[in-house]
Design a protein around this ligand. Structure first.
Ligand SMILES: [Zn+2]
Length: 395
């Protein structure tokens, strides 16, 4: 009979080796009931701890990837808007340059016409002076040289001046027109050059935005791939845990502690607080956003408030769990019924201790996989988690 029990345990331990994953408190029970297997269980326990730590690390990395992805998406959207605005700016400048080009063409034509007119008038004037000189009717040089004195010269040049005044006035007007057209052309040329420079800057800005946009896109792509890899790893870890749960049931039924007699009576509520922040059952993981199963209830009790044993029994676990429970306690009430209290700030009992219903076994905290102070409370029947609310009367 004894060797048969040993063999059953040995098979279970072998199965453990195959799956490499089991809850810490299972190991505690095995140690408690079968000291011969203690060493193997201890090494399995440390292996399990490492796997749990890895899972926690994966979840944390996944969370940081999601955060990075979300910020990159925001950046990409901002870049998208900036590119759009810059494109509109470039379009506007292009239109402006086109309008300035048309204006420059018109003014250039005006200028050419003015220059031609001026040139022609100048030519005509020179031709007339040459004819006058050839006819001997007037000689500019002669007038100046034949003057007796300065006053005389002035009189004579005034005379000749009267003759050519019409021509001069015309030429002056033409020169003024040409100059004003030249000025106008210059200012348009300047404006155009300015717009061309602005356009060049905008095109460079747009190009740099487009590069950043492409970078953000490829970052999102690679983050998506990375997140996918982590999700796959997490799925595998969760599968391994499911297998470990199946092993846990077998172990508890063979350990003998389940065949003991139940201490009797109803369970009492384990805290003063009664507000439940998360019920037993399927829920969306707040970190991975994936559906997962919540194996207990979360009671929104304040940091440091007392946690009471739900019933009398023997403390079979009082310690740290890398599984995510943080500081936690498991009380065996006999008859295969046990209760689990997690995320304690402080444990107020010890392994092997006998507790009475209502004894303070710990204080509420947020240790382990927790985002704020609360009591995670589980009721286990032969190692299977069950809905704790089925054990409490409403009201
Ligand atoms: Zn919980």
């Amino acid at each position: 009979m004894k060797s048969k029990t040993t063999r059953v345990v040995a098979i279970a331990v072998a199965a453990l080796l195959v799956f490499s994953l089991v809850f810490a408190f299972v190991a505690e029970i095995v140690m408690y009931s079968q000291s011969s297997a203690a060493q193997t269980v201890s090494s399995l326990n440390s292996k399990l701890s490492k796997l749990d730590a890895e899972k926690t690390k994966i979840q944390k990395e996944l969370k940081s990837i999601e955060k990075k992805k979300s910020s990159t998406m925001t950046k990409k959207a901002a870049l998208d808007r900036q590119i759009d605005v810059t494109e509109h700016e470039v379009e506007t400048i292009n239109e402006l340059i086109k309008a300035l080009d048309t204006e420059v063409a018109t003014v250039t034509e005006e200028l050419n016409t003015a220059l031609a007119k001026e040139q022609k008038e100048n030519d005509d004037f020179l031709a007339r002076v040459r004819i006058m000189e050839e006819e001997g009717s007037v000689s500019m040089l002669g007038i100046i040289l034949s003057a007796d004195n300065f006053s005389d010269m002035l009189t004579r040049t005034e005379l000749i001046g009267d003759i050519v005044e019409g021509d001069r006035a015309l030429m002056r007007t033409l020169a003024e027109t040409r100059s004003s057209i030249e000025q106008k052309k210059k200012s348009i040329d300047d404006a155009r050059a300015q717009q061309a420079q602005a356009k060049k800057n905008l095109v460079a800005k747009k190009s740099s935005l487009e590069t950043q946009y492409k970078e953000a896109n490829s970052l999102i792509k690679s983050l998506n791939m990375e997140a996918h890899e982590y999700e796959k790893a997490l799925n595998e870890a969760e599968k391994a845990q499911e297998q470990a749960r199946a092993e846990l049931k077998k172990l508890l039924s063979s350990s003998g502690s389940n065949s003991s007699t139940y201490v009797g009576g109803d369970f009492r509520w384990p805290t003063k607080a009664t507000y439940i922040t998360s019920y037993y059952g399927s829920r969306k993981d707040p970190i991975t956003k994936k559906s997962s199963f919540h194996t207990g209830i979360d009671i929104g009790a304040s940091q440091g408030s007392e946690i009471y044993a739900a019933n009398s029994g023997k403390v079979i676990v009082a310690g740290w769990s890398s599984k995510g429970y943080g500081n936690y306690v498991v009380v065996d009430h006999g008859g295969g019924k046990s209760t689990l209290y997690a995320h304690m700030s402080k444990i107020k009992t010890s392994k092997g201790a006998t507790v009475s219903k209502g004894d303070v076994i710990g204080l509420v905290g947020s240790t382990g996989w927790s985002t704020g102070p609360h009591l995670h409370f589980e009721i286990l029947i032969n190692g299977n988690h069950t809905n704790p609310m089925n054990y409490f009367k409403k009201g």
